[in-house]
Design a protein around this ligand. Structure first.
Ligand code: HEM
Length: 510
């Protein structure tokens, strides 16, 4: 029998391994120490009428294990569905990046987790919520995680606001129930969310299937080529299946029919061999092109609407994981997990995300979460990290430091982070080119008449929960500022005075 580097018997002499593994207990129920169980139905008792005895270690261990079966759910994106597949690169972009995952013809295994954002782990999969689209690429140069959503933008542009954004949108601290009144209290003070809210309340904001939505990296990232040259890129997964959402009037029936619609749809398709695909496209800007817009190109509330997209590969999902907990629940995606040739941009949201994910994962799963099968890179990990709770890594030898004249680990300067020019002093200032409303209006005007109507129906239904008149008029003024027709129709649907909305909108800067 071959023992892999990870096999639990790898520390034992080969002769012993053969002796153990040739004795098969396969058909027997065993305890965690591998010994057979005689009776899993009746606890050991002191006589026919006496109490249960403490020496029944099968009973005790079984209950102890059960008591600890849950790990904390993700603080956001708790409800999710995972699937395995592969990414095949098809276009030479070596002029942009040295990342081997993009070598034409390279096949890279992936694990994708789709999710909702605000609901609990067991919450319905249909919710007015962005959908997570997180992809872990197990590349030859280590794992790269592209942790995106189904929209090209986000609600806020600075990580310091993220906990507040989540608190306002998660269930109320008093009732435990989501409350549109609290959400819009936050959004009334967050004009940069106008474009994302407009996207969220469309029919596409309620995808009828994970297969029928796109994915976006949202932020700009840096691609770095072998010469050390930098380009800024945005990533877009384009659904080959097409985009399809649920209209407001169909939502109650569809939720009533199946709370788990999204998981069931994806897994049924995979089991039937109907493998969903997404093309990966990129938009590219040179560093000196970032300043050419009247918005900040590194503001994640903006799309690069005038920059062309080009296809660089295709993702295919083809396998349902056979253990939900060990894959979907224990998977840990992080925007900070990158490979040579891909680096973060200076986007302030992305910069906060670079810290937050690995931090929460150390808490949620444990210090050595990267050693779990779903998170472990296919590339060999060689470093001096050691110990910690549940460590089962392969680090060997007593030179657990660096530098060393005994067993030095090489470091290749070609993998140093790229150098970026800096300017100014430290500061705490909002970005200058906010342009909070224009892209929301452009998006509204791009919708069909039916989609505009559905957007107004869905958004006004939630705006009608806003109890503060000030918040209500502030929200309406944002939408009016984005587009007069949009704001007027929302004012009508929320019984508001449109002239007051217009007057308030007139005071807003672009
Ligand atoms: C500063 C802003 C943000 C912070 C601090 C933040 C933080 C977090 C945290 C703590 C998690 C849970 C991770 C885990 O337990 O494994 C998470 C999950 C996630 N976030 Fe964010 N997030 C931010 C913004 C965003 C944005 C802008 C996107 C989309 C581009 C996004 C997409 C996701 C996705 C898809 C997941 C679920 C990953 C999975 O399936 O496991 N987040 N986020």
């Amino acid at each position: 029998m071959a023992t892999s580097a990870r096999h639990p018997l790898r520390y034992l002499p080969a002769a012993l391994i053969v002796a153990f593994t040739s004795t098969s207990f396969a058909a027997n129920l065993t305890r965690d120490n591998g010994s057979p169980v005689g009776d899993n139905q009746n606890s050991q008792t002191a006589g026919p009428a006496g109490p249960v005895v403490l020496q029944d270690s099968q009973l005790i261990e079984k209950l102890q294990r059960f008591d600890r079966e849950r790990i904390p759910e993700r603080v956001v994106h708790a409800r999710g569905t995972g699937a395995f597949g592969e990414f095949v690169a098809d276009t030479d972009i070596s002029d942009l990046t040295k990342a081997q995952v993009f070598t034409p013809g390279a096949h890279t295994p992936v694990f994708v987790r789709f999710s909702t954002v605000m609901g609990y782990r067991g919450s319905p999969e249909q919710a007015r919520d962005p959908r997570g689209f997180a992809t872990k690429f197990y590349t030859q140069q280590g794992n790269w995680d592209l942790v995106g959503i189904n929209w090209p933008i986000f609600f806020i542009r600075d990580a310091i606001k993220f906990p507040d954004f989540v608190h306002a949108n998660k269930p109320s601290a008093v009732t435990g129930v989501q409350d549109a009144n609290l959400a819009f209290d936050f959004f009334a003070h967050t004009p940069e969310a106008t474009s994302m809210l407009t996207h969220l309340y469309t029919v596409q904001g309620m995808p009828d299937s994970y297969r029928h939505m796109d994915g976006f990296g949202v932020h700009a990232f840096k691609l770095v080529n072998a010469k050390g040259e930098v380009h800024y890129v945005k990533f877009h997964w384009k659904s080959v299946q097409g985009i399809h959402g649920i209209r407001p009037q169909d939502i109650p029936t569809s939720i009533g029919k199946d709370w788990n619609l999204m998981s069931n749809d994806l897994y049924t398709a995979l089991k039937n061999g109907d493998y969903p695909k997404w093309d990966l496209t990129i938009q590219v800007l040179k560093p000196d092109e970032l300043a050419q817009f009247d918005y900040d190109a590194l503001d994640d509330t903006k799309i690069w609407s005038t920059v062309p997209e080009r296809k660089i590969g295709t993702l295919t999902l083809n396998r349902v994981p056979d253990n939900y907990f060990q894959t979907t629940e224990e998977s840990a995606f992080a925007p900070s997990r990158m490979v040579p040739g891909i680096e973060p941009s200076e986007d302030r949201m992305l910069q906060g995300r670079l810290f937050s994910y690995a931090d929460t994962q150390i808490y949620r799963i444990g210090t050595n979460y990267n050693e779990l099968p779903i998170n472990r890179p296919l590339a060999t990990v060689t470093n001096n990290n050691q110990d910690g709770l549940m460590n089962f890594g392969d680090r060997k030898g007593d030179v657990n430091y660096e530098p060393s004249g005994i067993a030095e680990l090489a470091q290749d300067p070609q993998y140093k982070y790229v150098q970026t020019p800096l300017a100014g002093t430290t500061q705490q200032q909002a970005i200058h080119k906010t342009l909070n409303f224009r892209q929301a209006g452009e998006y509204y005007r791009s919708l069909s008449a039916q989609d505009k109507g559905d957007l107004v129906t869905a958004l006004s239904a939630d705006l009608n929960h806003v109890t503060s008149e000030t918040n209500k008029y502030t929200m309406l003024s944002y939408f009016y500022k984005a587009d007069v027709d949009y704001g007027t129709r929302l004012a009508g649907a929320t019984h508001a005075d449109v002239s007051r909305v217009a007057a308030q909108a007139a005071k807003l800067s672009d």
